[in-house]
Design a protein. Structure first.
Length: 429
């Protein structure tokens, strides 16, 4: 078979990738809104550091609980149907936070937000597996994964300014309006390749290059059970490694503005502006290193297994730079170490998400994605809460950053010892 030139193939698949990226950008606006509102919530509700840690993790509680069933539901009912329901729910959650009269209502809104956004990453991983050949998946993954970092890079400063000008309730209402607009866009645009009337034959052939269509259709229906997948070393290795990444990610997502303002004595407005610096660096590392560079090397004949493993382990190792921030006494030094840490982790993230569709049985990509994201959200629950307790007890971020580094070492071991060669998990005969 003569390979199709990607430059000559139509580009509808990239429209889908950017649609998914826009969704991640919007739902991370919803997530960072709370970290920006820390001081305002203290004024309104008298919330302590420990209580704020629990509130920051509340979203992840329902998000984590939903991961395993969401993976199964995605494989059964499809991305389009589940995606429409989820995008509607997360917009309602933002409006709920804006009008809540008390702290209990704010917790309820965050619980609902977790339910609404739970399908996002497993669904996106499944969609990329449908819409892209393996040689393009790292960059396609990096487009939506980098949006999570870019949301913090621009969202924290913009939402912070909105909050300072109009109050925290208006910042939540604004993200609610943006979320509802995305719900309408997703409803109109997203289709799986087999259901998309605008997908031409040439692009369909390019997406499925190297696979006989009848065989592809058959393997897309083959599913492995949740219990079987949970026992697979590759799945466990990826889950442990990703869990360590997400611990650091959520520690910085929820506490970075507070770290800059309290530990380094920066005023609130400048802490919002400075917070965007490492996240912008992470966005670039995600797209250029974890996305474009990986696909470029694989398309030029480099061994895909080796390239992905080196980027995965190397990027996660760079995350250990968070230890440097523990001893930083100036904003410049702190931002350099944090940028190194989150930039390395960001470069590894799209590689990790592309591996989901490479190790999962074809009909179980959603389920494997749910397992990986379940591990992620357990870390997402723990990171803000544990950090809140450590700051309250130590009045310092040092121990919080040290604990994050230890977890990263465990994650690196999981990638090296458990993940092994990147190839599909065998289906039980």
């Amino acid at each position: 078979m003569t390979p199709t030139n990607p430059l000559r193939a139509p580009q509808r698949r990239w429209r889908i990738a950017w649609l998914l990226a826009l969704g991640v950008l919007v739902n991370y606006f919803d997530r960072v809104n709370l970290s920006v509102s820390h001081a305002a919530l203290y004024t309104t509700f008298g919330i302590s550091d420990v209580a704020f840690g629990y509130l920051s993790g509340a979203y992840n509680w329902t998000y984590a609980i939903c991961q395993l069933p969401i993976g199964v539901l995605l494989d059964r009912f499809g991305i389009r149907r589940i995606g429409r329901i989820s995008t509607f729910l997360w917009s309602i959650a933002s409006f709920g936070a804006a009008v809540t009269p008390g702290l209990g209502g704010l917790f309820s809104a965050r619980f609902l937000l977790g339910v609404g956004e739970a399908p996002t990453f497993p669904a996106n991983a499944k969609a990329i597996g449908y819409w892209f050949p393996p040689k393009e998946r790292s960059f396609a993954m990096s487009i939506f994964d980098s949006a999570a970092k870019f949301a913090s890079a621009i969202g924290v400063p913009l939402i912070g300014i909105l909050l300072l000008k109009f109050g925290w309730r208006w910042s939540f209402a604004t993200t609610g309006l943006i979320s509802f607009a995305y719900f309408l866009l997703f409803w109109r645009v997203y289709r799986d390749p087999k259901d998309d009337p605008q997908l031409g034959h040439a692009e369909w052939k390019y997406i499925n290059e190297g696979t006989v269509p009848q065989i592809r259709e058959k393997i897309e229906t083959q599913q492995a059970s949740l219990s079987y997948l949970f026992k697979q070393r590759k799945v466990l290795g990826l889950a442990v490694g990703f869990g360590s990444y997400n611990y650091v990610f959520y520690l910085l997502l929820t506490w970075l503005p507070s770290y800059l303002s309290s530990a380094l004595h920066i005023d609130l407005l400048h802490s919002f502006l400075y917070t965007g610096v490492p996240w912008l660096f992470a966005t670039i590392a995600d797209l250029v290193v974890g996305g474009w560079l990986v696909d470029w090397m694989i398309q030029r004949g480099w061994d895909g297994n080796r390239v992905r493993k080196v980027l995965l382990v190397g990027g996660t190792s760079c995350g250990l730079g968070i230890l440097g921030a523990a001893d930083a006494h100036s904003p410049t030094r702190a931002l350099i170490w944090i940028s190194l840490s989150i930039g390395g982790l960001a470069a590894a993230a799209p590689v990790g998400w592309s591996i989901v569709s490479l190790i999962a049985p074809r009909g179980s990509v959603g389920t494997v994605g749910g397992i990986i994201n379940f591990s992620n959200q357990i870390s997402g629950i723990a990171a803000p809460i544990v950090t809140g307790y450590l700051i309250s007890a130590q009045h310092s971020f040092g121990w919080a950053f040290l604990l994050a580094a230890v977890y990263l070492l465990i994650g690196i071991a999981g990638y090296i010892l458990l993940l092994g060669r990147i190839e599909p998990v065998p289906l039980r005969s």
